[in-house]
Design a binder for this molecule. Sequence first.
Ligand code: MN
Length: 167
Amino acid sequence: MVQKHRASALHYDFRLEAGGVLVSWAVPKGPSPDPKVKRLAMAVEDHPLDYARFEGVIPEGEYGGGTVMVWDIGTYELEGDESFDEALRKGRIVFTLNGKKLRGGWVLVHTSGRQWLLMKRTDRHASTVDVTRAKPRSVLTRRLLAGIARDEGGDVAKAATGDPSGR
Ligand code: MN
């Protein structure tokens, strides 16, 4: 699953369920379905499984303060015979997504420190469409970030800076 998160900066939290937790990366520019585009993905702390459907407002002043949207959700399959832990340790996780927005083959490759790269693999789901702009709404509630902030008592103006203009 992917949460769009307008905290101190906008980013997309990319989370894969493994070992009873959500193993997580923060992707500043969000995923790109274009195989030519490599997106920086910073490894961040695991989150509990029940966080996967959290959409709302984290109070300002708390860690990650801001508005959170469930931007995509679905299932994934690992490619190959390795376990998730082995792939994580080796720094190369190859998988297929079956989400509502993200589909097909993807790969996460470790580069250094907490830095990984998230890349689309070439298949029929590859596209040059900017999916983060084309599909900016919550998969759970169809709301934009500003709508979530408005409904949940958050900072609407700050949240709106994460929405595409003119919508
Ligand atoms: Mn986040």
